[in-house]
Ligand binder design. Structure first.
Ligand code: ATP
Length: 248
């Protein structure tokens, strides 16, 4: 991904200002920043959903609005997942294979859906309605949907919000396994600095402008965090993590 001098305006409001960065293929990138910092806007620009007001954005070698969305896996914010949606897990995962809502699946598609669910440890959920799933189960099904085409780029919007600590650990393991197997690039918005520190290879610290970008030890420096958030996160016990070994 290459972002050059990206500025996004919504009317008079400047959501992103002159952001320039290049993410190497195969990186696991965490985007951190306070509420309203422009994190989701950056993701939407990369997905080709919001046009840049100024600047240039290339994703998977093409301008972001020209990339086939099926080459990108997307996991929405947990809090916006619809639990009442009248679908089976199989159909929800299959919707990642086709641009339209799947009708009857071919046997090849069904096999791919099954493999994607098994990869995330959710093979047994295939014929069950998503409306009855727990948070962790639903999260797995959405991961399977993002992985089903084996995309080279996976974007995740606060994927751990609302799932418990065990579910969260599982999710990072699944992401890391997928990345090892496919060499894909992962891009994740998170409010959890420790997760960014321990799992990401690169961190983007954003507050409308790019405050920091690089390996977690450098981007999550006290200076960058103070500049972006106005504090260094005692609530997260993050000052301890800064001195600790990275887990991943
Ligand atoms: N479609 C839109 N029209 C007008 N303003 C918008 C639009 N989308 C985002 N904004 C504004 O742009 C700013 C950045 O929003 P964005 O959703 O990118 O922030 P964020 O960093 O993802 O925030 P959060 O952590 O709260 O999810 C906010 O002030 C938001 O109100």
């Amino acid at each position: 991904m290459e972002v050059e001098h990206l500025t996004v305006r919504f009317g008079d409001h400047l959501a992103l200002e002159d952001v320039t960065l290049a993410v190497p293929a195969g990186a696991f990138v965490a985007i951190v920043g306070p509420n309203g910092a422009g994190k989701s806007t950056l993701l939407k620009v990369l997905l080709g959903l919001v046009p840049p007001s100024h600047g240039r954005v290339r994703v998977l070698g093409s301008p972001s609005d020209k990339v086939d969305p099926r080459r990108i896996g997307y996991v929405p914010q947990f809090k916006t997942l619809d639990r009442t949606f009248p679908a089976l897990a199989e159909e929800l995962v299959a919707s990642g294979l086709r641009r339209a809502w799947p009708g009857r699946l071919t046997s090849g598609e069904r096999a791919r859906v099954r493999a994607a669910l098994e990869r995330v440890g959710a093979g047994q959920l295939i014929g069950r309605p998503v409306s009855r799933f727990s948070g962790g189960e639903l999260q797995r099904v959405y991961l399977a949907r993002a992985f089903v085409r084996r995309p080279q780029l996976v974007m995740l919007d606060e994927p751990a919000t609302g799932i418990d600590v065990l579910g969260e650990a599982d999710m990072y393991r699944l992401l890391e396994d997928y990345q090892k197997e496919t060499g894909a690039t992962l891009l994740m918005i998170t409010h959890d600095w420790e997760a960014a520190y321990h799992h990401a290879t690169h961190v983007i610290v954003l507050n409308r402008r790019l405050i920091g970008f690089g390996p977690p030890e450098r981007a999550l420096s006290e200076r960058c965090l103070r500049e972006a958030f106005g504090h260094v996160g005692h609530a997260h016990g993050f000052s301890l993590a800064l001195g600790g070994e990275r887990r991943a």
